[in-house]
Design a protein around this ligand. Structure first.
Ligand SMILES: *[C@@H]1O[C@H](CO)[C@@H](O)[C@H](O)[C@H]1NC(C)=O
Ligand SMILES: *[C@@H]1O[C@H](CO)[C@@H](O)[C@H](O)[C@H]1NC(C)=O
Ligand SMILES: *[C@@H]1O[C@H](CO)[C@@H](O)[C@H](O)[C@H]1NC(C)=O
Length: 214
């Protein structure tokens, strides 16, 4: 009985600590994007100077320009676009895909992503951590919903003959993005080519060619 009691208390304490971490300590903390103080997130604008526009973003119905090598365009609604998101732990993104367009493999270091397809047909996937590196993939049609767990490498590709549109909700005001290719081949200063040559079991020349592209 005593053991059961301490289990209940421990569970309760755990619940409180995890719950507290996600709950803001005020109604809102609209980001002061130009504030000089660096904290985890942005400092708050004075509540009396806040207005409805601080909680608003317009234009997500507009198609993104997909005329680029990816054939896709991300329109982000993160805290920098919508200051009212500060401290709330959520955000949104629209992605447009031309036929055959891709959103290249990337991770979000601070967010899980739940995505719904508004138009088109997409192949999506994510890869699990070592040692399995299991590739979990499937095709999504209009109205389908898929979740990409926090931090895992994932991608999307439009496999239809028409444009595709997705809307994603993310569990951070500032999810961050780490495109795998950019991180590896576009690091500044660059990762020494001989390290990458060993990593990818290829030649330094081939690595240098890739580094030039990023
Ligand atoms: C889309 O982007 C391309 C490449 O940057 C540019 O040439 C083109 O004018 C843009 N189209 C529109 C409608 O903005
Ligand atoms: C293509 O996608 C990568 C990875 O997301 C991104 O870093 C890059 O800016 C994109 N290119 C264009 C032209 O949008
Ligand atoms: C380096 O790239 C060339 C040209 O793409 C390719 O033929 C060759 O097999 C590559 N070398 C290795 C070791 O992967």
């Amino acid at each position: 009985m005593a053991r059961f009691g301490s289990f209940v208390i421990l569970t309760f304490v755990f619940f409180i600590t995890t719950a507290m971490a996600d709950v803001p300590l005020q109604d809102f903390c609209v980001a002061d994007l130009k504030g000089p103080v660096l904290v985890n997130g942005y400092t708050c604008k004075h509540p009396s100077s806040v207005n409805a526009n601080d909680f608003y973003f317009g234009g997500l119905h507009m198609m993104g320009n997909t005329s680029n090598p990816n054939g896709s365009k991300v329109t982000s609604v993160y805290v920098t676009q919508l200051p009212g998101l500060n401290t709330l732990g959520i955000s949104l993104a629209r992605v447009d895909f031309a036929p055959r367009g891709i959103n290249p493999p990337h991770t979000h270091p601070r967010a899980s992503e739940i995505m719904t397809v508004l138009e088109g047909t997409l192949e999506v996937g994510f890869i699990t951590s070592n040692p399995e590196n299991r590739h979990i993939t499937r095709v999504l049609c209009k109205g389908d919903v898929f979740v990409f767990p926090v931090n895992l490498v994932h991608y999307q590709r439009n496999i239809g003959n028409t444009n595709a549109i997705t809307i994603s909700a993310l569990s951070s005001q500032n999810p961050g993005v780490m495109p795998v290719a950019n991180v590896i081949f576009g690091a500044k200063p660059e990762i020494p080519a001989d390290i990458l040559a060993k990593t990818f079991q290829t030649t330094k020349e081939n690595i240098s060619n890739l580094q030039k592209k990023f």
